[in-house]
Design a binder for this molecule. Structure first.
Ligand code: HEM
Length: 409
């Protein structure tokens, strides 16, 4: 099949998965509001449409258990009650007023100022995790570094006991394959259901313990708020704790890994960061823009509306493609290059509006500390993968593996 005729309706094609800039640029050139017959919805690739889509929570619903997404699930949800019982309580997938009720319980703990107190701890942790990378031998960057950092940080902050953390990766993987991959194959659903059940069994006694014996952690804070009357049922509390653990680690892991790949393509930017590590904050924003860990988020139309030249009907699906918006030349100069001094850099990677990523300040802090310490320690590094392969899904931008050799000179 020639380059120009590749199937633009296939969001899981080799090009869409592995070279999304190229794929979405072609789509945007045809129509920035493109009807995809296979996904059965609108694909938005222009910056302004994507940003407005995030802000327009009145017309565009996040509710995965109503509208067209709810219809897709209704056939399977009763077979996997653990899984869907908890997923349906995640506030990210709800509209107001439930969304506001839960988010307002945890908002304060995630402001930039609140998470800033974690910086010294994150800095120490990064240094500890970097120590084994120093040998000059090849390391599995995902498992050895990028995964461990966010799990420890969010685990500590929430107050998730150490014992369960070893299982988190498997649980996260099993849940991720339900959340990020479309289709309802039975094995995946069963594994996701089991993982959710085990996570809930692990967290339930912890929450009860915090009620009896509060500590200085976020779980205790949520229990306290609940006891004050900002009522959340125990299952709602468990579900949204799982959301916070899960939303934070896969994404942050992928941000660190995608950053290493980006810097390998633009080594002069690595040298620049190494020369001036005060650039870690803008460098982090640029990695978030250039190759953020989330490709796209879905919505559906609650109200009839017009997007671009098109009438969008009630019940239509709408995909807000952040990766494409972040590479829209109408918004960003030279969008396919990395410039760690780029500013302003109002990318869409954390979304916008009422659902803007709760953990953005935490993810930023971790990435700033990690990139800064890596650049300080290693003048250069080599990626040992022959070809970089990304997990084929529509939502996340995750490498299958990333082996790297860090050099000292
Ligand atoms: C680089 C890392 C991260 C990226 C790219 C990312 C991205 C996003 C995006 C795009 C949304 C909006 C979803 C929507 O509009 O439908 C979101 C929401 C959310 N994120 Fe993150 N996230 C990251 C890290 C984290 C971390 C560290 C946490 C830890 C608490 C977290 C927790 C959440 C939660 C709880 C929501 C739901 C917010 C709401 O619906 O009001 N995220 N994230």
């Amino acid at each position: 099949m020639g380059q120009g005729s590749a199937d633009l309706d296939n969001l899981l094609s080799d090009e869409a998965v592995n070279r999304p800039e190229a794929f979405y640029a072609r789509l945007r050139a045809i129509d920035p509001v493109y009807w995809n017959r296979r996904w059965n919805g609108w694909i938005l690739t222009g910056y302004d449409d994507v940003a407005e889509g995030f802000r327009n929570h009145q017309n565009l619903s996040s509710d995965r258990f109503a509208g067209p997404f709810g219809e897709d699930l209704s056939a399977v949800s009763s077979d996997y009650q653990q899984l869907f019982g908890f997923l349906s309580k995640f506030f990210v997938w709800k509209d107001q007023p439930y969304h506001t009720r839960v988010r307002s319980l945890v908002n304060k703990a995630f402001t930039p100022r609140s998470v800033e107190v974690l910086r010294p701890r994150v800095r120490t942790l990064v240094r500890d995790l970097l120590a084994p990378l120093r040998a000059g031998s090849e390391v599995d960057f995902l498992a050895g570094f990028a995964f461990t950092l966010p799990v420890i940080v969010i685990g500590d902050y929430l107050g998730v006991p150490q014992e369960g953390r070893d299982n988190l990766r498997q649980w996260a993987e099993d849940l991720g394959s339900v959340i990020f991959v479309s289709g309802n194959d039975e094995d995946r659903m069963r594994k996701g259901d089991d993982a959710m059940g085990q996570l809930a069994d692990f967290l339930r006694p912890v929450i009860r313990d915090r009620r009896a014996d509060p500590r200085d952690d976020l779980l205790s804070g949520m229990v306290r708020a609940q006891d004050r009357g900002d009522f959340l049922s125990e299952d709602e509390l468990i579900a949204n704790t799982i959301l916070m653990v899960f939303a934070g680690h896969e994404t942050t892991m992928n941000l660190l890994a995608n950053g290493i790949v980006a810097f390998s393509r633009f080594p002069e930017q690595w040298a620049k960061l190494r020369g001036d590590r005060a650039l870690a904050a803008t460098a982090t924003e640029e990695i978030l823009r250039y190759d953020g860990p989330i490709r796209a988020m879905a919505r559906w139309a609650r109200e009839p509306m017009r997007i671009g030249r098109h009438d969008v009907a009630v019940g239509d699906r709408v995909l807000l493609v952040q990766h494409a918006a972040n590479h829209d030349p109408a918004r960003f100069t030279d969008p396919d290059s990395v410039d760690i001094t780029r500013w302003p850099n109002r990318h869409t990677t954390f979304g916008q509006g009422i659902h803007t990523c709760l953990g953005a300040p935490l993810a930023r802090l971790e990435a700033q500390e990690a990139f800064s310490a890596l650049a300080e320690a290693f003048p250069r590094f080599d990626i040992s993968e022959d070809t970089l392969a990304y997990v084929p899904n529509i939502v996340s931008r995750s490498l299958r593996s990333l082996h790297v050799t860090f050099g000292e000179q």
